[in-house]
Design a protein around this ligand. Structure first.
Ligand code: GTP
Ligand code: MG
Length: 222
């Protein structure tokens, strides 16, 4: 059986076949406010109790929210936050992490929240770089995939969504590159106030459309 890492909630782990798989990329997407960052932070904080978590943050994770989820400074110091403020910085950071990974002890997980934020914003502004950016996004995903395989850890890539014009379906941004490379794809859907479902979109050992529920609370998720 492929190794799994706990989400921090045993009920969710059971629903997800044991947790989040090591050695592969899991893509998580969902609408703004669906709870992607909450889910990732909660998982990061739980894993950081026993090792290092790398958290690449392109959106500015709320320090207030982190303080609500944990007050334990030694756990927090095990989460290495890399704040990326532009698409170029993002490419540099992923390359740096790939080069440094052997030197960072005991990496349990890498999270990239959100890989398409700068890509989307800057691509619209700078059409002439569209081609290069398309290619470098794939390059980043490949580097992260190699890290997942070599370190035998889960890599979580958070993605934004857009609404398809004709069907009003909500789809992940960034073309098919990530969809191919990610061996698990999970969508987070709002089902009520604080209530969320993780919907299995693609998985190697779970049925499509399987739903696992969680609730966003003051202390994190449950
Ligand atoms: P984007 O980054 O904008 O795409 O959103 P996201 O999917 O990362 O959503 P995020 O994880 O930031 O979740 C935002 C949701 O968490 C909002 O609906 C908030 O109301 C909810 N939330 C944040 N703090 C609390 C809290 O203390 N209690 C409750 N019940 N909900 C909270
Ligand atoms: Mg977020």
């Amino acid at each position: 059986m492929n190794e799994r890492v706990s989400t921090g909630i045993s009920r969710l782990d059971m629903c997800l076949g044991g947790g989040i798989e090591t050695g592969i990329i899991t893509e998580i997407y969902g609408e703004a406010g669906s709870g992607k960052t909450n889910f990732c932070l909660f998982m990061a904080i739980n894993l950081a109790k026993n090792g290092t978590v790398i958290y690449i943050d392109s959106e500015g994770v709320s320090s207030d929210r982190i303080a609500q989820i944990t007050v334990d400074q030694s756990t927090l110091s095990n989460i290495k936050f890399f704040r990326v403020r532009s698409y170029d910085e993002q490419l540099e950071t992923v390359t740096k992490i790939a080069n440094l990974s052997q030197a960072i002890p005991d990496i349990r997980m890498i999270i990239f929240d959100t890989i398409t934020a700068h890509y989307r914003a800057e691509r619209d502004k700078r059409a002439e770089l569209r081609k290069r950016y398309g290619n470098t996004l794939t390059y980043q995903i490949e580097m992260l995939n190699n890290l997942a395989m070599n370190l035998i850890i889960p890599v979580i890539i958070v993605n934004q969504v857009y609404t398809e014009k004709d069907s009003s379906n909500v789809l992940p941004v960034g073309g098919s590159g990530l969809a191919h490379m990610a061996k698990a794809i999970l969508k987070i859907e709002r089902t009520g106030s604080g209530r969320r479902d993780i919907v299995v979109i693609k998985h190697r050992s779970l049925p499509e459309q399987k739903r696992c529920s969680f609730t966003i609370t003051e202390k994190g998720i449950e």
